[in-house]
Design a protein around this ligand. Sequence first.
Ligand SMILES: O=C(O)CCC(=O)C(=O)O
Ligand SMILES: [Fe+2]
Length: 214
Amino acid sequence: MTFQGPSSGKPDPDFTLVSFSVIIDIIAIINVALARQLGLPEDTFAALQSPTELSGTVLRLLKSYASPDAVNLRTSLIHHTDFGTVTLLANIVGGLQILKPGGSPLDESAWAWARPQPGCLIVNMGDAMTQWTGGILRSSMHRVTHAPGSRRFVDKYSIAYLARPERNASMKRLLDAHEASENEEDDNLTAWEWEVKKAMSMARANYVPQMKGV
Ligand SMILES: O=C(O)CCC(=O)C(=O)O
Ligand SMILES: [Fe+2]
């Protein structure tokens, strides 16, 4: 599928408005494809995240400043997993890195660049998908660092659409747990309660971001 991303390094307000319905269509296609692959009814994920219901879905425009100083290279966004269901990401300059499976965030060689491809979006799974699928889908650990090569000398803009479940959606696992869940009680929460619980645990001083799923 091709997608018309921003044509320059600068944000284009028309891009955001015109593309909103396209983004919703893309998420719908991904939802159906994932449900089919997992042997679930086609509307399983769509039914839990209607774009017209109240949710914590975010459309984010991010600017990461250039990193010209070779001895003080910039990390714009520290490693994390996305909270929601599916993230769509458009950028040109690069700088996004994904942690290789089993890698430690402290090991620099465990980080792989996600190279932006013209006409393509980067698709990321979020923690809600991991919860619903009992760990079969993994929310990948990622961070935004300085862009590679000479691209680190320019500011980077990206547009991220972070889809989240409807507030009242159930976070009950839809598939048998692939890995033992340390949080069985999450099954009984609504998406809103689950997100508040996650946000509060992130705010604790000893919080360590972890990759879940397989
Ligand atoms: O700007 C990027 O490349 C990634 C943004 C991101 O990870 C986020 O908004 O959660
Ligand atoms: Fe992210």
